[in-house]
Ligand binder design. Sequence first.
Ligand code: ARG
Length: 269
Amino acid sequence: MMNFLMCSCVVLLDLVAVHSRVLMQGRIVGGHTAAPNSIKYIVSLQSSRGQHFCGGSLVHRYWVLTAAHCNIRAEHMMIVAGDYIVNNFEGYEQYAKPHRLVPHPLYNRSTNNADIMLIKLRAPMVLNQYVSLVPLPRQGTGVVEGRVCRVSGWGYSRLGEGQARFILRTVRVPIISTARCNSSESFNGNITANMICAGYRTGGRDACKGDSGGPLVCGGRVYGVVSWGNGCGDAKFPGVYTVVSKFRQWINKTIYGSYIRCPKYERNV
Ligand code: ARG
């Protein structure tokens, strides 16, 4: 079912791109371009040919948080921080190759459950005016329905746009209750406890294809990772995000090598 939804997402995009006003805005749906280098924690995951394919968040100088479905083989991947227009060198970009990809061991391609991955970089990013870390939520903390969060991304799409330059976009979306998101009018039971939905009842504002892996930030913390959906900006189908706070212990263990709570890092990272 989930695979079907994901595939139909891609197919639908292809089919309706020409006709849809929403999709003509492309990428992050219904938002606006971010001010240059205003979203300093976002990174672009690029193929060896320099094509953006997913977003991510810098949570540590050596570590990027993204979606497990953004897992392509490490040797084909480049991580770019400090970017604004992808494929356009502006002088603030920092490039790092992955040293290690750590997809969550419970990630399930067909249900999309645990769609989260950490990438250890070969060299650390330098924190400066253009590149910063985003704080993580604490383990188990939730976000309440109606809380307005921000999702950003380059949402690379090849739908007739060829090698256009892509400017970073951002849009604010409210959290939707899982009860509503799981209702038969919407995702019909496919939203697991590790997922959260965000969007407007009227649709129109959403992440879209290519925003995957990117950050949903609530109150300055990266609560969600762009995971999946059904179409983009559809009133019936909000965007689905991986709940980062459910994986905080796994993140700590992966980054710091231990499950031991470390208040210093919880505060600072
Ligand atoms: N899976 C998509 C990607 O690869 C992200 C889909 C998000 N869709 C949405 N309607 N919020 O980029």
